[in-house]
Ligand binder design. Structure first.
Ligand SMILES: Nc1ncnc2c1ncn2[C@@H]1O[C@H](COP(=O)(O)OP(=O)(O)OP(=O)(O)O)[C@@H](O)[C@H]1O
Length: 295
């Protein structure tokens, strides 16, 4: 078996009296952007916490760049829904502090310079000396993005990072993350409820059935060409088919496929579909191996 850069292998998680998901297998290739979509309670945050090393699976494991995860690491930077900035520190100090953990030998001036450069990339050079209480919600989230990317992590993990923002700010930040991640060729994994956000950002979208006992029922390949922009996404050929396919899953199949999987179901061979490429209502179903071979 060729192992993906980030490889989730047979991961299960149960809380007392509640099997969240069982035997989850998926990979994220280097430089790939994968989104996990599913209804509330199917275990998305639990999956992300396991990838971050903040939670441990009951069985199975996660291998990142050939090494099994045993706990949190700066190799895996997380952007949460809330910005999680230290309120007594300026924007620059927040980024510089994270950088000092990553590079303990760097002198102060170098940390400051790198923090400034990271803030500049997210358009916050002017706000570097401000504390979180002096920043808008969008600006705070930008600092969080700058901090995470400055760490040059092996994988960037995002748990609905824009959901607390107003629609305009959310759209602007989505475009920005798309640009920054592409520029840095950053490997990324994101949880979202927003189908358009997934289509804008993801190379592949994992669809989870409803919990308990949730499973990844389908992997949707997003073949819409990049760069993609929020304002023009809906005009891209194939966009509506892709969107309808995911919405249809969320509205119907996430429920009808929930529970005991069909006989012969192999969690390592989750069906891969490319709805943007094929005729409406006839989404091609191929195995992951065939999909990879076709790329
Ligand atoms: N520490 C915990 N102890 C007990 N149960 C938990 C714990 N953490 C999560 N759960 C349960 O596990 C299930 C999955 O939770 P999780 O937060 O991962 O779902 P989610 O898909 O991210 O939901 P949402 O979209 O609402 O954030 C839920 O039923 C939740 O109540």
């Amino acid at each position: 078996m060729t192992r993906a850069y980030v490889s989730v292998e047979g991961v299960s998680r149960t809380f007392p009296g509640h099997a969240v998901f069982r035997d989850l297998w998926f990979g994220v290739e280097r430089g790939e952007f994968v989104c996990l979509v599913g209804h509330s309670g199917c275990g998305k945050t639990t999956v992300l916490n396991i990838l971050a090393g903040l939670d441990k699976p009951d069985s199975g494991g996660v291998i990142v760049d050939g090494r099994e995860i045993t706990g949190p690491s700066l190799d895996r930077a997380v952007i949460f829904q809330g910005h999680a900035l230290m309120p007594w520190m300026t924007a620059e100090a927040n980024v510089a502090f994270a950088l000092s953990c990553r590079h303990p030998t760097w002198p102060r001036a170098k940390l400051r310079e790198a923090a400034r450069a990271a803030l500049e990339k997210v358009g916050l050079a002017e706000a570097a000396e401000r504390k979180p209480s002096q920043l808008s919600g969008g600006m705070k989230q930008r600092v969080g993005i700058a901090r995470a990317l400055a760490l040059d992590p092996k994988i960037l993990l995002m748990d609905e990072p824009f959901s607390a923002l107003d629609a305009l700010t959310r759209g602007a930040l989505q475009d920005e993350v798309a640009r920054l991640v592409a520029e840095a060729r950053q490997t990324a994994f994101m949880i979202t409820h927003d189908v358009d956000e997934a289509i804008l950002l993801a190379d592949r979208i994992l669809l989870m059935t409803n919990g308990p006992d949730a499973r990844c029922a389908e992997v949707v390949v997003n073949t819409l060409p990049k760069p993609r922009h929020r304002a023009t996404l809906h005009r891209m050929p194939g966009y509506h088919r892709l969107r309808d396919h995911i919405l249809e899953f969320l509205l119907t199949r996430s429920r009808t496929l929930a529970g005991t999987p069909p006989s012969g179901w192999d969690p390592r061979e989750v069906p891969v579909v490319r709805p943007a490429d094929v005729a409406i209502g006839a989404a091609e179903t191929v195995t992951p191996q065939r999909a990879l071979a076709a790329e």
